[in-house]
Write a protein that binds this ligand. Structure first.
Ligand SMILES: [Zn+2]
Length: 247
């Protein structure tokens, strides 16, 4: 790994503006299995039945059974060394915007400030009828008897996550576009790049003359795109890389 770390540090030193893009893989060591993996939430919930905007209207109790499990998991989880290393890279001035597909809030919990949540997050809740906002700590205290979670006005409370059938929030799109256009280095962590925007961000940075560093376990869709690729655990690679880049 030392040779790769050296190559990555070299790219980083020559870059003017680095950004990061993360996916489910970075949170697995925090005890949050990838939704799609065995043991993940999609192994016992059907996404279309519990995480689509149609389901939210048609079957709020079913959706909230799923949300209750997800919120409980996110509330118990702690940032791991990979999240903490990214926060350290930002605070030492070497990392700009961090774009994540995750909804678990662990980047913010680790201390990252410039975070774009591409699919929203499970830390903000609001009533779909009157728009009143609700405390995420209250969501963490819900039990099966309290769901679906209803507002005092009778409306359904939902998290600010992007359900299937909903579009990516305009602000997240705008900030992502801005970050990508300014970047000449992108660090990809824990996402195999099969779906947009994971597959588009590195290609755009490359097309503009930038570079790509990838930290992923196993094969990904970034073959031929990554300049430096670590096939190793992010919680091992990123702290070592942060030590070198921030030194
Ligand atoms: Zn309300």
């Amino acid at each position: 790994m030392d040779g790769l770390l050296h190559d990555a540090m070299d790219l980083w030193r020559r870059s003017r503006r680095a950004i990061a893009f993360t996916g489910a893989g970075i949170s697995v060591p925090s005890g949050i299995p990838d939704f799609r993996s065995p043991g993940g939430l999609w192994s016992h919930f059907d996404p279309q039945e519990v995480a689509s905007i149609q389901a939210l209207h048609a079957n709020p109790t079913g959706v909230w059974e799923f949300l209750l499990e997800a919120v409980t998991m996110f509330t118990r989880a702690k940032p791991n060394p990979a999240h903490l290393a990214l926060a350290r890279l930002e605070s030492c001035g070497k990392l700009g915007t961090l774009i994540t597909q995750n909804i678990d809030g662990l980047h913010q919990a680790a201390g990252s400030k410039d975070v774009v949540e591409f699919h929203g997050g499970c830390q903000r809740f609001y009533c779909m009828r009157c728009k009143r906002e609700y405390d995420p700590a209250a969501a963490a205290r819900l039990t099966r008897n309290d769901i679906p979670w209803l507002c005092a006005c009778g409306g359904l409370i939902r998290p600010e996550v992007v359900f299937f059938g909903e579009t990516i929030p305009h602000e997240a799109m705008r900030r992502t576009g801005e970050a990508v256009s300014e970047a000449d280095l992108v660090l990809i962590v824990g996402t195999s790049g099969e779906v947009a925007p994971a597959n588009l961000i590195p290609r755009q940075v490359k097309a503009d003359g930038g570079h790509v560093i990838e930290v992923n376990l196993g094969p990904t869709a970034f073959a031929g795109v990554s300049d430096v690729r670590f096939d190793a655990p992010a919680e091992v690679v990123l702290p070592a890389l942060a030590d070198l880049v921030c030194a």
